[in-house]
Design a protein around this ligand. Structure first.
Ligand code: ADP
Length: 471
C-alpha cells in the first residue's frame, strides 16, 4: 500500500513530544512490513535539516485567502529514516526554529495544510491512504472531500489519529477564507461551538479515527475538552490502537545517548553506573532510590502537584529518596520547581528545559518514574522506563491504565494510584519504597519489565488492517 502520513512533528527531524516519536517510528515499521510509506511535515530550521542532503521535488504557488505564497517540497535523498521523508517549505512562515508557540501558528499550519493538499493533487499515483495526526493536519480530510479544486482527492481514504484531544486548534469564522473554496452547505463539518474546530472537523470527515490507547478512547466520551458529544456520536468509526516504542532508538544495549549500556543480564551494574552519573551531575545521593519525572510541566501531566508531593514525601516519609525533575512548560510550575531547590539536602534537583540526552540517561539510571497525569492519551515515558528497567509509578488513566499493571495484581510490575491528589501520589511513593527495600522482588521485577514487548510490531499491523478495511 502507498501510505502518506502528514504531521507537524517527526523524530529526529523535529520533536516536541510523543507525536514526534510516533510519526518517526510508525512509517518505518510500515515500510518494514513491505508498504510504501512516507511522511510530509513542515520544514523547520532544525539541526536535522542542515545535516542531511535534499532533493527538490516540487515547487508551486497557492493561496491562503488573499495571500498568495510559494512553497517548495524537498525530499531526503537516501530515505535514511526507512521511509520517504518530505519537508514542505513556506518561506518566512514555517522555517523557524521551534515547532509551535508562535502567534501565527493558525496561519502557519493552515498554509501548510493548504499547500500539502495542493501538492497532493498533482501526484500521478495517489496514496491508498492519507494519515493525518492531531489538529495541525486535521482539516486535510475536509479539504480533500469538500474543496472544489480537489475533487480528485475525494475518494482517497483518510485516517485521523488523535494523540491529544486537549488541543483542538479552534479559530474564528473570519478566517474561513483560509480554506480553498468549499461547498458552503458543508459548514457543519467545520463547526463546533461557534468556531472552526480543526480536530472536530477531522473526526467528522476522516474515514476512520484512531486514538493512541483504548482506555483514552473511552475517556474521551465523557472528558474531551468539549468534544464529548462528537466522540459519542462517531464512536462507530473510532478505534484505539496503542502506540509502540521504537526499539532501535530506545534500547539500553545500544542507545546512542548512553555511555553505560546494559542488558537484562547486566542491568544492576548498568543502571548503577548511569545513576552515579546523574547523581554526580545533580548532586544527589546514589545510595538512595531515585524518583524521576520527565515531561511537559503542565496541568495535564499533573506537574503542578510535584512541589507539594516532594515536600510531603520528605516530611511524612523521610529523606530516604531522591527526586530529579526534567521538563519545561508553565512558568509558575517551572518557578516553583526551581525554588524548591532550597530545601534540597542532596536529594532534590530539577533541570528546566528540553534535553533528549539527559532524558535517556535518566530513564536508564532511575529506580522509579513518576507519572501523575490527569490525562494521558497513551504515554510513552512509562514504556521507555519499562524498557530501561525503571518501575513506573502512574495514575490509572488512559494509556497508563492499559500498559502498567499494579504489583498488587497477578503478573503486576508497576505501581498504580487512582486520584490526582498529593495524598495518593505520596502513598504511591511510599509503596514504591517498600518495593525498593524488598531487594529480591525489586531486582526480578526490573529484569522482567525490560523484556516486556511494547514494540511497534503489533500496532503497525493493526494500522495496516485498518487501512485495508477501505479496500
Ligand atoms: P506528550 O503528551 O508530551 O506527547 P508522551 O509521553 O506521549 O507525552 O511523550 C513525551 C516524549 O517527550 C517522551 O519521549 C519524553 O521522553 C519526551 N520529553 C518530554 N519532555 C522532555 C524534556 N524536557 N526533555 C527531554 N525529553 C522530553
Amino acid at each position: 500500500m502507498k501510505i502518506l502520513h502528514v504531521s507537524a512533528e517527526c523524530y529526529p527531524v523535529a520533536k516536541a513530544g510523543g507525536l514526534g516519536d510516533v510519526v518517526g517510528a510508525l512509517p518505518r515499521f510500515q515500510a518494514e512490513l513491505g508498504h510504501d510509506s512516507g511522511v510530509v511535515m513542515p520544514m523547520y530550521r532544525t539541526p536535522f535539516l542542515y545535516a542531511n542532503d535534499w532533493l527538490v521535488v516540487h515547487k508551486a504557488s497557492t493561496n491562503l485567502g488573499h495571500w498568495w505564497f510559494e512553497y517548495t517540497v524537498i525530499k531526503e535523498k537516501t530515505d535514511k529514516q526507512g521511509f520517504s521523508l518530505y519537508l514542505l517549505d513556506i518561506n518566512g512562515l514555517l522555517d523557524r526554529e521551534k515547532v509551535y508557540g508562535y502567534e501565527d501558528d493558525t496561519e502557519r499550519f493552515m498554509a501548510f495544510q493548504v499547500a500539502m493538499v495542493h501538492w497532493l493533487n498533482t501526484w500521478e499515483q495517489l496514496p491508498d491512504v492519507v494519515h493525518v495526526h492531531d489538529h495541525h493536519t486535521a482539516l486535510i480530510p475536509f479539504m480533500m472531500q469538500h474543496s472544489y479544486a480537489y475533487q480528485r482527492l475525494a475518494g482517497v481514504p483518510s485516517v485521523l489519529t488523535i494523540h491529544n484531544a486537549q488541543y483542538q486548534g479552534s479559530f474564528g469564522w473570519d478566517k474561513t477564507i483560509y480554506l480553498p473554496h468549499w461547498d458552503s452547505w458543508k459548514r457543519g463539518l467545520l463547526e463546533w461551538e461557534g468556531q472552526i474546530n480543526p480536530l472536530a472537523s477531522g473526526i467528522k470527515c476522516a474515514w476512520k479515527v484512531t486514538t493512541v490507547s483504548q482506555t483514552y478512547l473511552q475517556e474521551l466520551r465523557y472528558m474531551s475538552n468539549g468534544l464529548e458529544a462528537i466522540f459519542e456520536y462517531e464512536q462507530g468509526k473510532c478505534i484505539g490502537i496503542l502506540n509502540g516504542i521504537d526499539f532501535k532508538v530506545w534500547n539500553p544495549e545500544s542507545d546512542q545517548y548512553l555511555k553505560n549500556h546494559f542488558t537484562p543480564e547486566t542491568l544492576e551494574a548498568g543502571k548503577k553506573a548511569n545513576k552515579l552519573l546523574i547523581c554526580n551531575q545533580f548532586n544527589l545521593d546514589p545510595d538512595k532510590p531515585l524518583f524521576i519525572f520527565i515531561g511537559r510541566l503542565v496541568g495535564e501531566k499533573g506537574a503542578d502537584l510535584l512541589p507539594n508531593v516532594i515536600r510531603d514525601a520528605f516530611r511524612f516519609i523521610g529523606r530516604s529518596m531522591n527526586f530529579l525533575i526534567l521538563g519545561s512548560g508553565e512558568k509558575q510550575v517551572e518557578d516553583e520547581l526551581s525554588h524548591l531547590k532550597v530545601i534540597s539536602q542532596g536529594d532534590y534537583n530539577t533541570y528546566i528545559g528540553y534535553n533528549e540526552t539527559l532524558s535517556h540517561i535518566m530513564y536508564a539510571g532511575a529506580d522509579f518514574l513518576l507519572m501523575p497525569s490527569r490525562v494521558e492519551p497513551c504515554g510513552l515515558n512509562q514504556l521507555y522506563a519499562l524498557r530501561y528497567g525503571t518501575i513506573p509509578v502512574v495514575r490509572k488513566t488512559g494509556g497508563l491504565k492499559d500498559t502498567v499493571i499494579d504489583i498488587g495484581n497477578s503478573g503486576g510490575y508497576g505501581i498504580n494510584f487512582e486520584q490526582v491528589s498529593v495524598g495518593d501520589i505520596t502513598h504511591a511513593i511510599y509503596r514504591a519504597l517498600e518495593l525498593y527495600r524488598d531487594i529480591g522482588t525489586f531486582r526480578s521485577l526490573k529484569k522482567k519489565i525490560m523484556q516486556l514487548d511494547f514494540s511497534w510490531n503489533k500496532s503497525a499491523t493493526d494500522y495496516i488492517d485498518l487501512y485495508q478495511s477501505f479496500q
